[in-house]
Design a protein around this ligand. Structure first.
Ligand code: DQA
Length: 151
């Protein structure tokens, strides 16, 4: 039996390219490249191929989602960074997509400043994973595998 490999897009928003250097007490010491390398490996036995995209620009995130709208994407794992709390444009773009979306944060946004307690994506995603550091990305990949193989 040939396995149908599902394409999952992992998206990271502003400042997440600085992981490893950026406030390591909050965000950990791994770089985004290290996290992505581990994730790509973890996805293989789960029948998923991961694409990776990071941008510091809201419009570039929106454009990437428009590109995905034209592709066969089975799921999206997104850490929108600060855009979580501010971006109606990102929310509206994600509403185009019919695939499952998992929101992930390295830190627990609900334990931090009040302005981080609101996610403009919370009610349009399948679920949030927040506060487990880089392991949250692994949890998101595992959750995505369960969601997309459940049909
Ligand atoms: C973050 C939390 C956001 O509040 C913050 O702006 C980030 C990272 C996280 O992964 O914990 O850039 O999304």
């Amino acid at each position: 039996m040939t396995q149908n490999i599902k394409k999952i897009q992992v998206m990271n928003g502003p400042n997440l390219n600085m992981l490893g250097k950026r406030e390591p007490a909050i965000y950990g010491s791994l770089t985004l490249d290290q996290i992505n390398t581990d994730l790509a490996r973890q996805a293989v036995p789960l029948g998923m191929a991961l694409g990776f995209f990071q941008s510091n620009h809201e419009g570039a995130m929106v454009d990437k989602i428009h590109d995905m709208f034209e592709e066969e994407i089975a799921g999206i794992i997104i850490n929108p960074g600060a855009l979580t709390h501010t971006s109606v444009a990102l929310r509206d773009a994600l509403l185009l997509m019919s695939c499952p979306i998992i929101e992930i944060h390295l830190s627990n946004i609900y334990k931090r400043e009040a302005f981080r307690h609101t996610s403009l994506l919370a009610d349009i995603v399948a679920g949030q994973i927040t506060g487990f550091g880089h392991y949250g990305y692994t949890m998101a990949v595992m959750a995505m595998a369960v969601m997309i193989n459940d049909d």
